[in-house]
Design a protein around this ligand. Structure first.
Ligand code: SF4
Length: 444
């Protein structure tokens, strides 16, 4: 749960990186940082907090250079501290470089033990640092060859950015869990997690770095190549279900459209007599619009979202999550009182947030509540960089459907089928990881 961004050949590199990190803020809210390279070498600045709290015009002015990478972090491996904030910076036999990582390396403990035995001294507790040690210890003569050598030892999810002086390099793992896209404006290129960060800089979406590929920009020239041949890959489907921004493109379709099509499939799978269809803001709304259009029903908002409170899923402890969930949604009472309501949310994970949301609808006078979910029951934790709870905490592992209905207080509960979720998100592509729903983990 992180966002990465890199840019080349721009006189506004640090400013555009700042703007882009701001647009990727939904991917991580604990810490952020920017590293730049220019005629005076490297400059970098990392801190805990939100992008708008951390950076100001003076810091951005200090970050002078035409090449930059940036990172927003939510910790899934390693604690939430300034030492673990990224980009990380290293001095090696190949020279200096900065690195930013999105994902989770599943064999990190094993690799760390092995590297420590060979003399590596780790500065952080993140898994992201491992690649720097692997590069440094490689016997290859060239940085990119050493990188390929290092990547071959990693298992799990990684989209990496490297700022190697005036060369920007990216790599996406052979399973393809986390996204990595390319933007372009003239001879200036961007590598980033989501297309929304390309749009906000005024660049065009130019390419995607596919699983097992490395992208390089040097001297205004972009090239990419395979470091590993891949037959089947596993994009994280949860990116489209919940995590990514609705205006970002995945599988040549906006995330909004994927959710909208899931809503339409839900309407085909589950028909119910109700007065209105609504969605839990923000992500649930696209599903609800799809459902309402397909079933010729009226879409009405039932909650006002306070956009200035943090996302509950991103808060590290349960008390804070519940408190924030309570703050951020206010019922629109006139739209609720006496109504039979179909309410749609993207997913049902622990059930505690949904329970509170439903109780708000009840208090505002809803007569019946049909709760529809835009993904199948979440049954397994994620090992690839999305912070889902342990297996025991997942409500679908604790109760059957009737138990869940009773616990959250709804009249009926229905989940979309996995087939229709893949159909809606894939736009013809079926290369998805769906392990948190079916426990078919592609790599462990
Ligand atoms: S397990 Fe779930 S959240 Fe994790 S990568 Fe797979 S689909 Fe995404």
């Amino acid at each position: 749960m992180c966002g990465i961004f890199g840019i080349t050949n721009s006189s506004k590199a640090s400013f555009l990186t700042y703007i882009a990190l701001y647009s990727l803020q939904h991917r991580g809210q604990e810490s952020c940082g920017i590293a730049v390279f220019g005629k005076n070498g490297y400059k970098y600045y990392n801190s805990m907090g939100l992008v708008q709290e951390v950076f100001n015009s003076e810091i951005l002015k200090m970050l002078e250079g035409e090449y930059a990478i940036g990172h927003v972090r939510y910790s899934t491996t390693g604690s939430s501290t300034i030492t673990n904030s990224q980009p990380l910076f290293f001095r090696t036999k190949f020279g200096e470089f900065a690195v930013a990582h999105n994902g989770n390396i599943v064999n990190s403990e094993e690799l760390k033990k092995e590297l420590s035995k060979r003399g590596s001294i780790f500065q952080t507790t993140t898994d992201s640092e491992i690649i720097a040690h692997l590069i440094s210890l490689s016997d290859r003569k060239d940085f990119v060859d050493a990188l390929c050598d290092g990547l071959g030892k990693l298992k799990g999810a990684y989209s990496f950015l490297f700022l190697y002086q005036d060369c920007l390099i990216c790599a996406r793992d052979p399973w393809g869990f986390r996204p990595l896209v390319v933007g372009r404006k003239g001879d200036s290129f961007i590598f980033t997690s989501e297309t929304c960060a390309i749009d906000c800089c005024g660049y065009e979406v130019y390419d995607e770095i596919f699983p097992g590929e490395i992208g390089i920009v040097k001297n205004g020239r972009y090239e990419k190549f395979k470091f590993k041949n891949v037959e089947k890959y596993f994009r994280c489907i949860f990116e489209q279900v919940y995590f990514a921004r609705p205006d970002s493109l995945v599988c040549e379709r906006t995330v909004f459209s994927s959710r909208y099509f899931v809503g339409k499939y839900l309407a085909e799978e589950y028909k119910v007599d109700a007065d209105i269809v609504s969605g839990v803001p923000d992500s649930g709304v696209a599903y609800a619009i799809g459902y309402a259009q397909k079933s010729n029903m009226k879409f009405m908002p039932v909650f006002m979202k306070n956009h200035y409170s943090p996302r509950s899923f991103l808060q590290p402890n349960q008390d804070l999550r519940e408190f924030i969930a309570d703050l951020k949604l206010s019922p629109i009472k006139d739209n609720i009182k006496g109504k039979k309501i179909i309410l749609i949310d993207d997913s049902l994970v622990r059930g505690t947030t949904s329970k509170k949301i439903i109780s708000k609808l009840r208090s505002a006078g809803a007569s019946r509540i049909y709760f529809l979910i835009g993904s199948p029951p979440v049954k397994g934790p994620c090992y690839y960089g999305i912070d889902t709870p342990t297996e025991k905490e997942l409500i679908a592992n604790k109760m059957d459907i009737d138990g869940i209905k009773k616990f959250i207080g709804v009249d009926d509960l229905y989940y979309v089928s996995i087939e229709n979720l893949i159909r809606a998100c894939g736009n013809g592509d079926r290369n998805f990881c769906t392990a948190c729903f079916d426990k078919n983990y592609p790599v462990l």
